[in-house]
Design a protein around this ligand. Structure first.
Ligand code: ZN
Length: 260
């Protein structure tokens, strides 16, 4: 699974070689990478990963070609792998092993989570290193109240045994803060995962700004927290239905090469 050095960027289109459903997923996942770059969350060079399950398949999912920047990802150069990490495409690219470990764990255990999104942003890493974790002191943060899991740091996720603990810690939550590491979001769609990551990233940044300001913190009551979280209906309502088409329109105004 180790990638060799990537020197070749041009890659033949897979559009006619895969199902219409897989192609659509490839286009959307490539868009998620491009938007992640555009929003400044691709903060660890070629590392980190966003994955999406191939429609109609329990066991196949798509991951970024290891060695490419997020702004180089296209629908065709995404790498299809199975839950055992075997690369299923005829591709010169490899995948990141830690990415395989984290993403295969969740795709295998949670068939309704079709997209898994992991970042190492400054805000995410900072909140992941705080004993108190994510604070629920503003409206947007309360979207995640009662829906945020934590996973202890064990080193770079290369030990496949960690998959069991990742899944156990995530439970039925939508997002998980990987302690001393970064953020992980799951989505029932790619649009949902991206939208949740947008808000999680934003509230992590807001928390750091609040903590840096140093004043006394106003914290809503537990009752208000519960009520606000219930209003978001994160568990029952798939979010991103309006946001994701808007984000694709944004991307299409600047660069449509992700669709190739
Ligand atoms: Zn990571």
């Amino acid at each position: 699974m180790n990638a060799s050095v990537v020197e070749k960027l041009d890659f033949p289109s897979l559009r006619e070689k895969v199902s219409a459903e897989e192609w659509d997923t490839r286009v959307q996942l490539a868009a998620a990478y491009r938007l992640t770059h555009r929003y400044g969350w691709a903060t660890t060079l070629i590392y980190n990963h966003i994955s999406a399950r191939v429609p109609g398949s329990e066991e196949h999912f798509l991951l970024n070609p290891f060695g490419l920047r997020y702004d180089e990802v296209t629908a065709s150069n995404l790498v299809k792998i199975d839950l055992d990490g075997n690369i299923l495409d005829d591709t010169p690219y490899g995948i990141n092993e830690a990415g395989y470990c984290i993403h295969s764990a969740i795709h295998a255990a949670m068939p309704d989570r079709h997209c898994v999104f992991h970042t190492h942003t400054e805000a995410g890493m900072a909140v992941s290193s705080l004993e108190r974790g994510l604070m629920f002191t503003n409206q947007d943060a309360l979207m995640f109240y009662g829906n945020t899991a934590y996973h202890d740091f064990e080193g770079i996720a290369l030990d496949l045994d960690e998959r069991e603990r990742l899944v156990a810690d995530l439970g039925d939550k939508m997002v998980m803060i990987l302690k001393n590491h970064g953020l992980l979001v799951t989505g029932r769609t790619i649009g949902e995962a991206f939208t949740l990551m947008f808000f999680l990233e934003k509230v992590c940044g807001a928390q750091l700004a609040m903590m840096a300001a140093g004043g006394e913190v106003i914290e809503p009551s537990d009752e208000v927290k519960r009520r606000t979280a219930a209003q978001y209906k994160l568990s029952s309502n798939v979010c991103g239905g309006r946001e994701w088409p808007a984000l694709l329109r944004e991307l299409d105004t600047v660069d449509t090469s992700y669709r190739t």
